[in-house]
Write a protein that binds this ligand. Structure first.
Ligand SMILES: Cc1cc2nc3c(=O)[nH]c(=O)nc-3n(C[C@H](O)[C@H](O)[C@H](O)COP(=O)(O)O)c2cc1C
Length: 188
C-alpha cells in the first residue's frame, strides 16, 4: 500500500509560495510512490477557530482530522507572519488535538517535512525553528532538511507556479527523500 503523505499549508494569495512549496514536496513524494492529500490555504481557512471546550466538528474539520489520522507522513508549510507561524496554519494544527487520545498519539512516529516562506531571512529561520518546536510537542519527527525560502530575494517560482530555483528544488527532493525513507525502527 502506498504511503499517504498529507500536506498542510498556504495562504489566501494566488500562487501562495508556501502552498506551492508544500505541493512541490508532495509531488516529489508522489514520484517516489506516495499517495498525497493537500489542504491548502483556502481549505485551512474554512476550518472554524479551534475550541477546546467543544466536541462539535464541521464536515471540513472531520475530514481534516481523518486525513491526518490516516497519514504516514506530513508536510507543513507556513508563511512567516510577524516572525512566526500564520494563524490559519496554527489553527489547523491546534485542531489536531483531536489525535491526542488515538492509539498513535498526535504525530507519534511520523516524519514531518517543514517549509517556510518569508519576505526576509530572519523570519524564515525563527519560523522554521518554531515549527520544529510544534512538531516535537506533537511527538513527530521533523526531517533534518527543513526548507526556509526568502520569497523576495530568491523568487523561487515562475509565472506558471513551477519551481525554477535549482537549489530550492534540490532541497525539496532531499526533504521528500527523508520523508519517504523514514523508518520508525530508525527512530526507536
Ligand atoms: C501579516 C503579514 C505578516 C508578515 N510578517 C513577515 C515577517 O515578520 N517577516 C518576513 O520576512 N515576512 C513577513 N511577511 C511576508 C510573508 O512572509 C511573505 O510574503 C511570504 O512569502 C508569503 O507567503 P505566501 O506566498 O505563501 O503568501 C508578512 C506578510 C504578512 C501578510
Amino acid at each position: 500500500m502506498a504511503r499517504h503523505i498529507v500536506g498542510i499549508g498556504g495562504t489566501f494569495r494566488p500562487q501562495s509560495s508556501s502552498e506551492l512549496l508544500v505541493r512541490a514536496v508532495l509531488s516529489a513524494c508522489e514520484r517516489m510512490g506516495a499517495r498525497v492529500t493537500m489542504f491548502d490555504g483556502a481549505a485551512l481557512a474554512a476550518l472554524p477557530h479551534f475550541n477546546p471546550e467543544s466536541q462539535d466538528r464541521t464536515a471540513a474539520q472531520a475530514a481534516f482530522v481523518a486525513a491526518l489520522r490516516d497519514a504516514d507522513g506530513i508536510v507543513i508549510g507556513t508563511p512567516g507572519y510577524h516572525g512566526g507561524v500564520s494563524g490559519v496554519v496554527k489553527n489547523a494544527i491546534d485542531l489536531l488535538e483531536d489525535l491526542r487520545g488515538d492509539d498513535r498519539v498526535y504525530f507519534d512516529g511520523m516524519p514531518v517535512g517543514l517549509v517556510v516562506s518569508a519576505a526576509g531571512w530572519q523570519a524564515g529561520g525563527v519560523t522554521l525553528a518554531a515549527l520544529r518546536g510544534i512538531v516535537h510537542a506533537m511527538r513527530g519527527w521533523p526531517t533534518p532538511a527543513g526548507i526556509a525560502v526568502n520569497s523576495i530575494a530568491q523568487k523561487p517560482f515562475g509565472a506558471d507556479g513551477a519551481l525554477i530555483d535549482a537549489g530550492i528544488a534540490a532541497q525539496v527532493d532531499t526533504q521528500a527523500r527523508q520523508i519517504m525513507g523514514f523508518r520508525l525502527e530508525q527512530a526507536a
